[in-house]
Design a protein around this ligand. Structure first.
Ligand code: SF4
Ligand code: SF4
Length: 807
């Protein structure tokens, strides 16, 4: 019956050479049984399946070797019986050529099926349990076989009623004929599958779209539909690439245009591929998981055709099956949307509908890319009504944001634009590159967002735990209500009493047992009654006994108390402890205040203390400081008196150190006081020495000797602790210096008096100046001056004698 349904053409489209007659003239044949099969676990955009077998396991055909990992994932089954020989990353049929996890099975050659049990999907459907059917299909590994490999159970979910179910038999790509042959040869099974899907989706209308270059397929389907018992229509559409695209076929059959970002199901239309419908039928009616598919072997092969090949069959085996010994480059899929295989050793996947062996005749080398001439041919051909040349420029310039703005993701990568481009620009390659970069950036952003969320949650959790801990501690520290405390203590007491009673009973039993066991009883001890050791003296034993009796009486009194009385007593005891603690704390605080005040007073009196933080200083005992101050004042007074007796400025000199000594810290104050008597003795000794020397030498040196004596008294007071200088040593120094001066005078000659006297005055002046310096020993300076004066006198006497002689 001819279709009278109106067709609604879509925008664009191209007419590439069909090349279908190469492979559509022979029936489907079973493919080879390979020695090894490599089955990838990643099938669609969802998670890869999780392996449930181990290396070395023996498996049967149809046995699950991997289960789904999430909703957008389906199970994987052993395509034949054999042994698992590897679970590892291997290169797969993907344009990237990257490795993915695969299970490798070594075939045992028997191709033995696992026991299959049919799932009663009709009963499940009758009781309204469509979910169990979808779950079953997920477990059977059913995915879309049109190319995207999207899990079918997801497309069957979420609808109470569907307006239009479209079955896609357009198969518009050149070379590919697997669906054509399937429709011709298995139309009844396909219609049975359509019936199941129709019921699951509760579809009102079923339309099967087939291109007009497949008249045999159209006829076979119409024949099968004539006895199916439900309304369905085969709609023949004009041959135009890409009428097999879901959006294009929906437009052709329903005139509905699915806008960007909208799912067709939201518009009441769902689309299934012919081959997918067949696998749904095989799973539900034959209990066969998806372990094989029909694949077109075409291009430069000797025996082109369609083969029912096991998933995982190496492409090399298929090419060999098609009559090729040497393995050329192959296109996986159609020439418009497919890609060149990275290797012919990879295994067949569920998406593999066609393998085209490329020969030079059919696939001449592509011409070199030329610059875009903005001819606009690509925009005319684009079925998605995009601007391919603009997308090309944005993708090439890596302006991905702009490419997205211009609906890059609406591109179905059909290749129509590249097909018509006079500059031979491989436009789809640029779009794929841009899409992968955007996806990668999106993945990175998602990972960063996830990491940030985790971090924020961790912070939140830590804060919450802190608050909970604080609340717990507060609750623990809070006083319990009296009633609760009483009840708790009563319970505790009851438990303690019970325990004591049990211990007592156990001890009694042990004693009785011991008595029963016989044995001589130990001699009675005089202290046995009170359990006091025998070696303790009677007096001490009596005291111990008295103490024990006292404690026993206390315990008995305590035992006699009621729980309430006991609680009151405990509360009273606790109150006493708290009061004692408070008193101790108050005492400590008062002591700290006193220390603080004393430290403040000390700071006010001392500049040194003011510069140093009071808290870091050791506390000075006020009593001790007062004593030190008194002792030092007395010593100063005594010293001042002595100085007054001796007259002169000594009063002022001796009084001066008394002031700082009073205000200095205790460490300084503990220095031994200077003995005035000792100072007086030193002064007397020095005066006598000076007088003796003056008498011996005569003349003015007396005055010179008196000056250092005065200075020595003052300095000796300050330097009382220094060891006295050896007089003999001083005499020797003096003699040496005098001899040196005499020698120098004799050598120089002339004006000896002036030159001899001159050093005396500066020497005295210098000595006075040096005396002010704290580092030079004043006593030594005085002795130097004394020696120099003696030398000068001696020199003067000698010169006078010489003058007398000359005269
Ligand atoms: S068809 Fe090619 S040359 Fe023409 S506008 Fe498109 S990209 Fe440019
Ligand atoms: S590949 Fe994309 S841009 Fe090119 S014609 Fe197809 S849908 Fe349009």
């Amino acid at each position: 019956m001819e279709s009278i349904r109106e067709i609604f053409p879509f925008h664009g489209g191209v007419h590439p050479p069909e090349m279908k007659e190469l492979s559509n003239r022979t029936p489907i044949v079973n493919g080879p049984l390979p020695k090894r099969l490599v089955i990838p676990l990643q099938q669609s955009i969802g998670n890869p399946a999780k392996a449930v077998v181990s290396v070395g396991d023996l498996v049967l055909k149809g046995q699950a070797i991997a289960v789904d990992d999430g909703n957008v994932s389906v199970a994987v089954h052993a395509p034949t019986s054999g042994k698992i020989v590897a679970i590892d990353a291997q290169q797969v049929a993907h344009p990237s050529g990257l490795a993915e996890w695969c299970i490798t099975i070594e075939s045992d050659g028997r191709d033995e099926w696992i026991a299959r049990e049919r799932f009663d999907w009709k009963a499940a459907l009758e009781r309204g349990d469509a979910k169990s059917i979808r779950d079953y299909l997920q477990d059977m590994g059913v995915v879309g076989l049109g190319g995207a490999v999207f899990p079918s159970h997801l497309k069957l979910a979420g609808r109470e009623a569907l307006e239009t179910l479209i079955i896609n038999g357009a198969e518009c790509e050149p070379y590919i004929t697997c669906d054509d042959r399937l429709m011709r040869e298995r139309a009844i099974e396909i219609v049975a599958g359509i019936s199941i899907v129709r019921k699951l989706l509760n579809a009102k209308e079923v339309l099967i779209g087939v291109e007009d270059n497949k008249p045999e397929a159209v006829a076979a389907l119409r024949e099968a539909l004539s006895n199916c018992g439900f309304a369905a229509e085969v709609v023949v559409v004009p041959t135009l690439y890409p009428s097999g695209g879901a959006k294009q076929l929906i437009k052709l059959l329903t005139n509905k245009e699915v806008p960007s970002g909208v799912r067709s199901t939201d518009m009441g239309v769902q689309c299934f591929n012919i081959a997918t419908v067949y696998t749904i039928y095989a799973a539900l009616e034959l209990a066969e998981p998806v372990i094989s598919r029909v694949v077109t072997l075409t291009g430069g092969v000797r025996k082109p055709g369609n083969v029912e090949a096991l998933i995982g069959t190496p492409i090399d085996d298929l090419l060999e099956f098609a009559g090729l010994d040497t393995k050329p480059n192959c296109i996986y899929g159609g020439p418009m949307m497919g890609f060149t295989l990275p290797s012919t050793k990879v295994g067949l996947t569920k998406a593999g509908n066609c393998i085209i062996a490329m020969d030079a005749e059919q696939f001449p080398e592509k011409p070199r890319e030329m610059p875009c001439i903005r001819c606009g041919e690509c925009a005319v051909a684009c079925p998605q009504e995009l601007q391919p040349m603009d997308l090309y420029w944005f993708s090439r310039a890596k302006n991905f944001g702009k490419a997205q703005e211009w609906n890059l993701f609406d591109c179905i990568e059909c290749g129509a634009c590249a097909y018509v481009c006079p500059s031979s620009i491989q436009l789809v390659d640029y779009y794929r590159f841009a899409k992968s970069e955007i996806w990668e950036a999106e993945r990175a952003k998602k990972s960063a967002d996830l990491a940030r969320e985790r971090h924020e949650f961790k912070q939140f959790r830590e804060e919450r735990e802190k608050e909970e801990k604080a609340a717990r501690l507060a609750a623990k520290a809070a006083p319990k209500p009296a009633a609760t405390a009483t009840a708790a203590s009563a319970e505790e007491q009851a438990a303690a009493d019970d325990k004591a009673a049990k211990i007592k009973a156990a001890m009694a039993r042990a004693a009785a047992k011991k008595a029963e066991e016989g044995g001589a009883a130990p001699p009675a001890s005089p202290n046995a009654e009170a359990k006091i050791p025998n070696f303790v003296s009677p007096e001490k034993a009596a005291k111990i006994k008295e103490s024990m009796e006292k404690r026993a009486a206390e315990k008995a009194a305590l035992d006699a108390l009621t729980p309430e009385e006991r609680a009151a007593r405990e509360a009273e005891r606790a109150a006493k402890i708290e009061a004692a603690k408070a008193a101790a704390a108050a005492k400590k605080a008062a002591a700290a205040d006193t220390e603080g005040e004393r430290a403040s007073a000390g700071n006010a009196a001392s500049d040194v203390a003011a510069d140093t933080p009071a808290v870091e200083k050791p506390a000075i005992d006020p009593d001790k400081a007062a004593k030190i101050r008194a002792a030092m004042a007395a010593a100063a007074a005594k010293k001042a008196g002595t100085a007054v007796k001796e007259g002169g400025a000594a009063v002022e000199t001796s009084a001066a150190p008394a002031e700082p000594a009073v205000t200095e810290p205790a460490v300084e104050a503990e220095k031994p006081a200077i003995d005035p008597e000792k100072a007086a003795k030193i002064r007397a000794a020095m005066a006598a020495a000076a007088a003796k020397k003056a008498a011996k030498e005569g003349g003015s040196p007396v005055a010179s000797a008196q000056e250092p004596a005065e200075a020595a008294v003052v300095e000796a007071t300050a330097e009382a602790e220094k060891p006295a200088i050896d007089p003999e040593k001083a005499a020797k120094i003096r003699a040496a210096m005098a001899a040196a001066a005499a020698k120098k005078s004799a050598k120089e000659g002339g004006a000896p008096v002036a030159s001899a006297e001159a050093p005396v005055a500066p020497a005295v002046a210098e000595s006075a100046a040096e005396a002010a310096k704290p580092a030079i020993d004043p006593e030594k300076a005085a002795k130097i001056r004394e020696a120099m004066a003696a030398a000068a006198a001696k020199k003067a006497a000698k010169k006078a004698a010489e003058d007398e002689g000359k005269a």
